[in-house]
Design a binder for this molecule. Structure first.
Ligand SMILES: [Zn+2]
Length: 140
């Protein structure tokens, strides 16, 4: 494990604040070879969460740079927490489906949609919010 770059910590706390995620206990890790989502091995971030206790652990590639691309990766992971109640609800609904194949299709489709929504929201923020200003003034 490496020292987490300051820009990562600042963005995580600013986005968590922006979306009222302050109840979450978020642990951030920076690693040379972080765990990556299966099927998305080029992805530089991953979030594991326990929604019962509002605990999240975020893993970022240690090579992440404070660029628009790097900002998007960090914001993307925090935004996954916004969707935690929806994710829980879909998994609950899926538990009522008898056929395993149908359960898996429902969950896979939900995950695809969550990924799309998190991606467009993160891009929208990066393109329309002065993230660099957050890094200059991290008092808020
Ligand atoms: Zn994602």
């Amino acid at each position: 494990m490496k020292v987490v770059p300051e820009f990562v910590d600042v963005i995580v706390s600013r986005v968590a604040h922006l979306f009222f995620l302050n109840a979450w206990h978020i642990t951030v890790r920076s690693e040379d070879d972080p765990p990556r989502p299966s099927g998305h091995e080029d992805c530089d971030g991953l979030t594991a969460m326990n929604t019962d206790y509002f605990e999240a652990r975020m893993y970022f590639d240690s090579g992440l740079e404070p660029t628009a691309e790097g900002f998007e990766v960090v914001i993307h992971e925090v935004l996954h927490l916004v969707f935690a109640p929806m994710r829980d609800a879909v998994h609950h609904i899926a538990s009522f489906i008898t056929l395993e194949e149908d359960r898996e299709r429902l969950v896979a489709q939900y995950e695809r949609v969550e990924e799309q929504l998190v991606t467009i929201l993160a891009r929208g923020l990066v393109q329309n919010v002065d993230i660099a200003a957050w890094l200059k003034d991290d008092t808020a």
